[in-house]
Design a protein around this ligand. Structure first.
Ligand code: GRF
Length: 189
C-alpha cells in the first residue's frame, strides 16, 4: 500500500475527492493532510474523512524539519499539492524529488507563476480572450508552476463565461482527472 500526503490551503474539495477515490483502493491511501491555514475548510473535511490533519506555520515550514518529519512518519510515497499556496522549500523538494506533484487550474506554460492562483487565474484567462483553458498536473520544483508537465486536460472558455463559471468547469476537470493521474503514477512505480 502506497501512502499519499496532501497539502491544501483552502476549501480542500480536491483533497476530499482524492481521499474518497482511494478510500477502498488496494494501491494507495491518503494517509495525511497538511495545511498551512488554521481557518481552511480542509480541516473539517479531513475530520469528516477520518484522515489525520496537521496545521503547520510559516516558521515550521521554512525554518524547521517539522513537515519533513511528518511526511516520513507516515512513509509518504507521493506528495500531492491540491490548492496549496506556499512555495515548497528546497530541502523538501530535495528529499522528495520527483515525488511532489501539483495541480494548476489553467494550461501551463502560460497562465502561471507567482501570484497566479485562485480566481486571478480565471480572470486572467478571460481577460486574455482565450477560448480554451484547462488543468495542468506537473512535478514541483523550486519555482512556481515550472516543473515537468505530467498531464493536461482542456475545456472551452465560452462567450459570457465569468471567472466563477470557468472555475466550476475547471473543478469538474480536476475532480475527473486528478485521482486517476495520481493512481497511474503510483501504479507505474
Ligand atoms: C483548485 O482549482 C486548484 O487547482 C487550485 O486551487 C483550487 C483549490 O480548490 N490551485 P479546492 O481547495 O481543492 O476546493
Amino acid at each position: 500500500m502506497k501512502h499519499i500526503t496532501i497539502f491544501a490551503s483552502g476549501s480542500g474539495s480536491n483533497a476530499e475527492n482524492i481521499a474518497l477515490h482511494f478510500e477502498k483502493s488496494t494501491i494507495a491511501r491518503v494517509s495525511l493532510i497538511l495545511c498551512n491555514n488554521p481557518k481552511a475548510g480542509i480541516i473539517e473535511r479531513a475530520a469528516r474523512l477520518n484522515i489525520p490533519c496537521r496545521v503547520f506555520s510559516r516558521h515550521d515550514f521554512y525554518e524547521t524539519d517539522t513537515v519533513l518529519q511528518l511526511l516520513r512518519e507516515v512513509k509518504t510515497d507521493l506528495v500531492v499539492l491540491a490548492g496549496f499556496l506556499w512555495l515548497v522549500p528546497g530541502s523538501l523538494i530535495e528529499a522528495y524529488r520527483g515525488r511532489i506533484i501539483n495541480i494548476h487550474p489553467a494550461l501551463l506554460p502560460g497562465v502561471g507563476g507567482k501570484g497566479m492562483y485562485g480566481m486571478k487565474v480565471h480572470e486572467t484567462v478571460i481577460q486574455n480572450g482565450a477560448d480554451r483553458s484547462g488543468i495542468t498536473i506537473h512535478y514541483v520544483d523550486e519555482k512556481f508552476d515550472e516543473g515537468e508537465i505530467i498531464f493536461k486536460a482542456e475545456c472551452s472558455v465560452d462567450p459570457g463565461d465569468t471567472p466563477e463559471i470557468l472555475a466550476s468547469k475547471i473543478h469538474e476537470l480536476e475532480y475527473a482527472h486528478f485521482p486517476t493521474v495520481i493512481e497511474k503514477l503510483l501504479s507505474a512505480e
